[in-house]
Ligand binder design. Sequence first.
Ligand SMILES: [Cu+2]
Length: 470
Amino acid sequence: MLPLMLAAPQIARTAADTTGDKADYTLRIATGLVELSPEHIVSTTLYNGQFPGPMVRLTEGKRVVVDIYNDTDTPEQLHWHGQFVPVDVDGAAEEGTPYIPAHGMRRISFVPQPSGFRFYHTHVVPMNNLSMGTYTGQAGPVYIEPVNNPGAYDREVFLVLKEFVPSFSQGGDMAMDFLVGEPIKELQDIGKKADAQFGGPKGYEVGYDLFGINGKMLGHGEPIHVRQGERVLFHVLNASAGEIRSLALPGHVFKVVALDGNPVPTQAEVPVLWLGTAERISAIVEMKHPGVWVMGDLSDDDRGHGMGIVVEYANAKGKPQWSKPRPYKWDYTIFGKAGATLASPDETMEFTVVKHNGALNGFNQWLLNDKAFSMETLKPVYTVHEGRRYRLKFRNASDDIHPLHLHRHSFELVRVGGKPTAGVIKDVVMMGGFQEVEFDFVADHPGLTLFHCHQQLHMDFGFMFLFQYA
Ligand SMILES: [Cu+2]
């Protein structure tokens, strides 16, 4: 069966017009319209005039050629999130990837890996410009055909969660208390000290008017049609610029089979999915509760403004029903390998994250070990040695949740919310307010490698650094 998104009309497979060779995929960056509902049509930057961008299906290990055209007035970067690709392809200027020039194009070629659910998105630095970067509609799914089947299912459905019409606000309403683990007193004290020093008002946050799944507000677009007894594999992507998303389907549970596209050692059932910015979850739902349901965000406000999709059983009729799932704390470690012991690292690096309220023209500044990343000097840079295993320990002295992301590598979770784990391979992990997170990565993809918080405002205002290979 074809995934639902392939029903979208514009699958790009056009010939490149610069050479005689045909590209496998062509992506075109340009301003276009997204019809979230007949009453809500928004103008933003898109890939191939659609949201989400076209599904890019690749085969692990099989080289692919992609032509990227930029029809906008500003240089662009297209980042292949979660893939082990070289620096000239990865799509991060900080690492040295060339820009796709304004009104120009780049042809790139790479070997897709690892298999699983990845995605592509813009990777420029919007700072205070909400019509740039991940505030636009530049995101699309990638599926790299796996060697091993992640589980028995009848069909796949891809869901890309995204908000539209951003504006600045002061003080957000984002969920903050859904992660397991307790705040650490020492980190709260460091945070208090920073608050006393930068006592001004809290910095800007970004809020949104409209929300949607696969570019449609709840109640618009096609419902997901299911039959009783069917097992549907949902591939869910949070393509937000900075929001955390939840997703529940009343009367059903999600059996999580992969996180960030990587099969988990222990498949576990949960009543709700939580996804930090840029995280992906693949989960099987057994359809055994006939009706017409709202699969949506737990936030009444966000769901009310479109963050959901209707799931409709064959022969079921009526208005889509919503009910809130039982309270549940999100815990990455339940998907880990029970009783496993991790390889010990060759080196441990520790970073303490501090927020300076409103320190940069009203925007919060973010410091890691007292250093904020500079776009001018591209520093700080930390050195790693090829083949060594590094343990990164992050200590969050702020009340915000940070979705931490490493480019061009995956990492293995070591400890989250005070709980040890092993075998959970990811490329983004949420770190709770005043909590710690530890993960290991093996330095096995030479070249400059960017690390950052995936919250666009946080990365633009300091929460970033580079690794270089010795
Ligand atoms: Cu952050």
